[in-house]
Design a protein around this ligand. Structure first.
Ligand code: FES
Length: 102
């Protein structure tokens, strides 16, 4: 059953920052976009590039390996060569904890 799990503190990730977190056996890219947190799978659906190491522009992230573009808020793929989007996960802030539902 899905549950919210703490993955970071709110102070750990400044606006504009992203990091890879591991939770429940999944690698998840956690983004802070202007104070709101979003979580999507870290692994690009093309050849497995780490999206947490990609360039962020607005609400889009570019895979560092072959420049596929994803929507950070939904995980949808916006640009080839990735064949499909990645999973996105609900995020909530509880006090100073950032929690992801997995
Ligand atoms: S691994 Fe991400 S675009 Fe190729």
């Amino acid at each position: 059953m899905a549950q919210f799990i703490k993955v970071a503190g709110t102070a750990d990730l400044a606006p504009g920052e992203v990091r890879c977190v591991e939770v429940a056996g999944k690698k998840i890219a956690l983004f802070n976009l202007e104070g709101s947190f979003y979580a999507i799978d870290d692994t690009c659906t093309h050849r497995g590039g780490p999206l947490s190491e990609g360039e962020v522009s607005g609400d889009e992230v570019t895979c560092p390996w072959h420049v596929a573009i994803y929507n950070i808020k939904t995980g949808a793929v916006l640009s080839a060569p990735a064949p499909r989007g990645v999973a996105s996960y609900p995020v909530r802030v509880q006090g100073s904890d950032v929690e992801v539902e997995v």
